[in-house]
Structures are given as C-alpha cells and as structure tokens.
Ligand binder design. Structure first.
Ligand code: NAG
Ligand code: NAG
Ligand code: NAG
Ligand code: NAG
Ligand code: NAG
Ligand code: NAG
Length: 530
C-alpha cells in the first residue's frame, strides 16, 4: 500500500474534536507544523498570470535588453521599506518598458524581495517569455509590465477568480459576515494616501472553530477613489463566482481581494484561539466515577506532556537543523539526475502493474489513482496515474519531476521517475509496504499496534522530513496537505511523507490542499488589456 489511500477516512481526519486521543494529537501536530510553516520563509504562492500574446518582442532586441534591465531594477529595489516600486527603462518610445511590483502590506522587506525575485524569474522562464504586456499574481506580491505607461491608472481587465471548492456550512450567515468584513477593510485600505500601501485585513469569528480571514489590497499608485472602485467591483464579484465557498480570491491588475477560513497573511492582533482538542470521555457509570476521573486526568496530563515535548522537540530540531541534517547526506549532491534517466516507458509500467489491474490498485486521491507494480528486476514500485486535468506541458512536467526527484531523504517517499506517453502521465515511486498512518490510527484494533515508542519515532521522522522540505533541501517545498493518509510506514514503521511537491508536478495551484480551481466564468482574459 503506498502513496494515496482511499479517501474513506478523509472526513474523520478533518473533523475537529473527534472523541479520539489519536485524532486530537495528530491534529495538534498538524496545526503546530502548519503554524510553523506559515512563519518560515516560504516559497511565494503563485496564484495566476496573464500575458497578451498579441504583443511580443524579438529575442536579443533593444527592447529585450531594456526589459531585462527593468526586471533587475525591480528586483534590486524590492527591499524598499515601502513594499512597492515602479520604474521605466528606455530612450525611444518604441523601446520603453514600464514596470511595477507591489508586495502584500504585511510583508517584511526581505519577504518582499523573495517574492519579487521569484516573480521576475518565473514569469520569463515559465509563463511569458516574450510577451511585452503581463501581470502575475502571487499571494505575496503582484508584478506588472507593459510597453505602455500604466502607472496611476486603474485597470479592471483581465479578471481572475479562484475559489476553494469546499462549501461553507450556513452560507447565508457566512455571506453576511463576509460582506461586513469586506466593507470594513475596503474603506480602510482605500483611505490610505496614494503612494503608500493600500492594504487591510480583518478577522471575524464565524463559529467556535472557524474564523473568517479577509484581505484587500490596491496598487499603491492609484488614487483612493480608484482603489475604492476597484475593490468595490472585486467584492461585488464574490457572490457571482464563489458564493458559499470556504475561500475565494478575485484578482485585478490594480487590486485584489481574498478570504479564507485559515490565516493566509500575518494576523496582526492576538490570533484567534486554536481549536482545542475535545476529550470526550463516556459518561462515568455510577460507582466507577472515581476511576474514570483518574483516567481522564491521566489522559489530559499525557496530552499536555506530549504537546510540551513536541514543541520543545520541534524547536530543538529547527535550531539544530543546519548543523545536524547537513551531515545526513540523503540529498544527492553530486549524483547527476537527468530527465532522461528518470523516464520509464509505458510498456514497462503496464507490464509491472498488469495493465493497471484493479487488483493492483492501492488507492486513489486528488491527483489520480495509485497502483502497485513489480519491475522485471523484482523491484516493487507504486505508480500514480495522474488524472488528465493537469494543465502543464511536457517540458514543464519533466522539469518539475526532475526537481522533486532530487529531494531525497529517508523520511520522504522517493520519486523514482515518470512516464509520459500519449495521454498518460505517470509518476513512479518506491513502494512502501506498511500502508499509511491513518490505516493504523483510525482502526480500533490496529491502533494498539502502534506503541508509544513507535509513535514517538513517527512524530520525529515526520518532523525531520518536513524540516528537510522547508529548510534543508535545495527547493523550498511547503507540503500543504500533510495528513495521516500521506504518511506512509515502511517495514520498520519508519514514516515517509508522500505527495510532497505535487502542486509543482501537477501544475495546479494547490495552495489549500488540492482544492483550488479556477472559475472560468469570470475570466475575461481575451482581447487586449493595459
Ligand atoms: C494567441 O493565443 C490565442 C489563444 O491561445 C490563439 O488563438 C492566437 O492565435 C494567439 N495569437 C498569436 C499572435 O500567437
Ligand atoms: C506596444 O507594442 C505593440 C506591438 O509590439 C505596438 O503595436 C504598440 O504600438 C506598442 N505600444 C506603444 C505605446 O509603443
Ligand atoms: C541571442 O543571443 C544569444 C547569446 O548572445 C544567442 O545564443 C542566441 O542565438 C541569440 N538569439 C537570437 C534569436 O538571435
Ligand atoms: C532601483 O531602480 C533604479 C532605476 O529605477 C536603479 O537605478 C537602481 O540601481 C535600482 N536599485 C537600487 C538598489 O536602488
Ligand atoms: C512611478 O509612478 C509615478 C506615479 O504615476 C510617476 O509619477 C513616476 O514617474 C513613476 N516612476 C518612474 C521611474 O517611472
Ligand atoms: C458544494 O455545493 C455544490 C452545490 O450546492 C455542489 O455541487 C458541490 O458538489 C459541493 N462541493 C463540495 C466539495 O461539497
């Protein structure tokens, strides 16, 4: 059993306050890890881009040289305290390039720099290599350029809406709360003077366990009234594209709005209380109440102690990370992995999995089905057959596979290669024999097979794997979908994290688990803009 398991347990895992010690503990670890990952310097979160293929420049032209200067000026000015910058490069009108970026209002200069340098790099390498007019949105910054001056002007096209496919409970009450929150911050952001950050956020409690996080931001160069108009239109778009959804993001070149039920920016004041695990003990039968009380105390004490140990452990791991884990050479420093060396042919995989026979099916998940296979040399593999909706081209796919294959750590499931033939996109992984953590945790009988020391070992291993992904690997990968079913166990019950890097390979914006899709209805991306 490997890679993705059946989703049967999915709902159990995400239901907060399950009357189970294991679930509560696991949720706690998860929230601890995700909290830390939010605070560490993460890779910028790509949202969307648009570039008009109607105006392109010729490679090696004066225009391109000016364009390259523009991008390097923007990058070198990205640590400015203001969090935004606009500049112009070029002597003659036909070769002049205009560009700007603005970072999310809550970022430090250093975080802003990370986003702008990623944006300037990715837009030319991946998205818009020769286009003169482009805009790219990240969660952390917006980058725009054109061969026409556009500073201080409000633009309402193109529009992009993204939403989280999860539905909210009580949509009517949620929409009201959202409306109030958005109006409040719309005013706050647009009242800021032109030439300063026009940014505001707010939190509102929706239920005991759910908080609504909302954010609005305008291009700092546009006027207050333009900002108000732009935000007004963006907020007005929310019901049309994204009613009843747990999160949504409407993007314009001059402003954007976003809301989620998890924090996606730095919350200013005291963070809302984290959901505390509810320990539901059965009502004590008469005469045994003293005993049950003792058990409850013992359970509570154990929880508190384990949480403390965990926090301390993770803290120590983080502190000693550089020193200690550089010494564990799981990353293949000199090993020359190339896209060709990772390629498997379809016939081999079909033979290994008996033509994707149902008997060999290990499970299915958000990205496709997983099959067990045996190669002619008897090596066991797990093959993930990606569903057809990936929007990536072959080259991009190969590059991402290559990057992820270079991530090697004993607590990560190893990606061995891929297969790309016709309609098929397959990922080949090492086979991990002992299924996944949820298979043990959520089964009343199997649960007892995990004693304290193996649980401790699993927690430590998961933390080490995450630390490697976040800090010590050459890429910085944020998993964003860490859960019991993504933690596989090897023959000795050592944990191996699976499904990391899927957002990259799959080419989706997988920022809330695998839940974001584009809302085509509002993409008025045709025709000219700017
Ligand atoms: C621009 O892209 C559209 C849609 O992909 C395509 O139909 C059109 O031919 C392209 N135009 C140019 C000039 O490449
Ligand atoms: C921008 O470039 C397009 C085509 O490359 C050209 O038609 C247009 O006139 C240019 N705009 C300006 C203001 O130079
Ligand atoms: C652009 O310049 C580079 C290096 O200067 C060269 O390798 C490339 O062939 C040139 N491309 C074109 C289209 O002239
Ligand atoms: C910032 O941009 C300007 C041009 O707009 C450029 O001259 C300067 O070198 C850039 N870098 C810094 C650090 O100011
Ligand atoms: C930046 O934008 C402002 C406002 O539109 C404009 O006055 C200024 O000239 C721009 N700076 C550059 C270097 O183009
Ligand atoms: C959300 O609700 C819509 C319509 O009410 C439904 O079609 C969709 O399947 C639901 N999505 C989820 C993830 O439950």
């Amino acid at each position: 059993m490997s890679c993705i398991l059946k989703n049967k347990h999915k709902t159990d895992q995400t239901t907060v306050g399950m009357p189970s010690f294991n679930v509560s503990m696991f949720l706690l670890i998860l929230s601890l890890l995700s909290f830390l990952s939010l605070n560490s310097e993460a890779a910028p979160e790509y949202r969307y881009h648009f570039c008009s293929n109607e105006t392109t420049f010729t490679p090696n032209s004066t225009y391109q040289s000016n364009f390259n200067h523009l991008l390097s000026f923007l990058t070198s000015n990205s640590t400015r305290e203001s969090g935004f910058y606009n500049t112009t490069v070029g002597q003659t009108p036909e070769n002049t390039v205009y560009g700007l970026f603005f970072c999310r209002g809550d970022l430090t200069p250093d975080e802003c720099r990370v986003c702008v340098s990623t944006a300037t790099k990715e837009i030319v390498e991946q998205y818009c290599p020769v286009e003169k007019v482009a805009v790219i949105w990240y969660s952390e910054c917006v980058l725009r350029y054109s061969n026409k001056s556009f500073f201080s002007t409000m633009f309402q096209t193109p529009t992009v809406s993204l939403y989280n496919i999860q539905n909210i409970t009580e949509p009517v009450r949620f929409t009201q709360l959202l409306g109030t929150s958005m109006n409040d911050i719309e005013t706050k952001a647009s009242n800021a003077p032109t030439g300063t950050q026009k940014f505001a956020t707010t939190e509102a409690k929706f239920s005991e366990l759910q908080t609504l996080y909302s954010l609005v931001q305008c291009d700092p160069l546009i006027s207050s009234s333009d900002c108000k108009t732009c935000l007004g239109i963006a907020i007005g778009n929310l019901p049309g594209c994204c009613a009843g959804k747990q999160g949504a993001n409407v993007l314009y070149p001059s402003c954007y709005v976003r809301y989620e039920i998890y924090p996606f920016y730095k919350v200013q004041a005291v963070p809302p209380p984290a959901p505390t695990p509810v320990l539901l003990a059965p009502p004590p039968p008469k005469g045994k109440s003293r005993n049950s009380l003792l058990i409850i105390i013992a359970v509570v004490a154990a929880t508190v102690v384990s949480i403390l140990l965990l926090c301390i452990g993770y803290y120590l791991l983080c502190r000693r990370a550089k020193k200690k884990y550089n010494a564990v050479p799981y990353e293949n420093e000199s090993g020359e992995i190339t896209a060709d060396s990772l390629q498997y042919d379809l016939a081999t995989i079909e033979a290994a999995t008996n033509n994707f026979a149902d008997d060999n099916k290990l499970g299915s998940g958000g990205f496709g089905e997983v099959f067990k296979g045996t190669l002619p040399n008897k090596q066991e593999i797990a093959v993930k057959r990606l569903s057809q909706t990936s929007r990536q081209g072959a080259e991009e796919f190969k590059n991402e596979v290559l990057l992820v294959a270079k991530l090697q750590h004993r607590n990560l499931v190893r990606l061995l290669g891929y297969c790309l033939e016709g309609e098929e996109k397959l990922l080949v992984y090492e086979f991990v024999p002992n299924k996944s953590l949820d298979y043990f945790l959520f089964d009343p009988k199997k649960r007892s097979l995990l004693d304290w020391s193996s649980r401790y070992n699993i927690i430590g291993g998961v933390a080490r794997g995450m630390l490697y992904l976040h800090e010590d690997s050459r890429l910085r990968i944020i998993h964003r979908d860490l859960k019991a079913s993504n933690i596989l166990l090897d023959a000795n019950l050592n944990p191996k994290i699976s499904d990391f890097g899927m957002a990259k390979i799959f080419g989706v914006d997988e920022t809330q688990g695998n839940t974001t899709v584009t809302c085509l209805q509002n993409m008025q991306c045709t025709g000219s803009f700017l």
